[in-house]
Design a binder for this molecule. Sequence first.
Ligand code: TMP
Length: 214
Amino acid sequence: MKHGVFITFEGPEGSGKSTQVTLLGQKLAAVTGAEPVLTREPGGTPLAEEFRRILKHHPDTDGEPIHPITEILLFEAGRVQNVNCVIKPALAAGRVVICDRFTDSTVAYQGYARKNNIEMLKRLNTFVLDGLTINLTVLLDLPPEAGFARAEKRRSTHGIYDRLEAETIEFHRNVRRGFLELAKESPERFRVFNAEEPPEQLAEEIFREVSRVL
Ligand code: TMP
């Protein structure tokens, strides 16, 4: 059986990734007749979703803050579960797999923004992936000011504290810079889109690029 195709979505807070992942999933199902496997990070398996809850909502300000190395290892531990329980089996079965955030988020957030050693993070990702390769990374680029406004709107609706969204604007500028540098380093894997375009138009442009790797 043909090996599947692995697509990742990356971008800053409020870039509309989840909407685009959903739209791409629907379009692929309609055009190819086969449902793609949608997953996300942190998360994607029951255990990794538990790590997600800690990573997103642990109250750092009182009690015991998450150490920066613990943060890295929890993201990577969740990734081990997602890669081995969801992504690799689906690819081996010939499916298209779409993951909402993946390894580049670790390098952008824990590396460029959190200032951990970037080479170390890349080596850790290589270790965790153990031979898995990404066929296409869709980067939804957005200035942090615009992403903040969108994330703020969401926060006021859900009212839940989010550790990483609560970081400074400078942190989020570094996240964006990180993603753009990674895209420059691997132009054969990345496609960069302007996340401020209308969602339907963006979805069509993304689908066009995805069609090339199918
Ligand atoms: P989101 O899926 O709602 O965007 O939330 C995930 C958050 O986790 C987001 O703030 C980005 C962050 N993140 C990292 O810092 N490192 C990682 O490796 C991943 C996958 C996500």
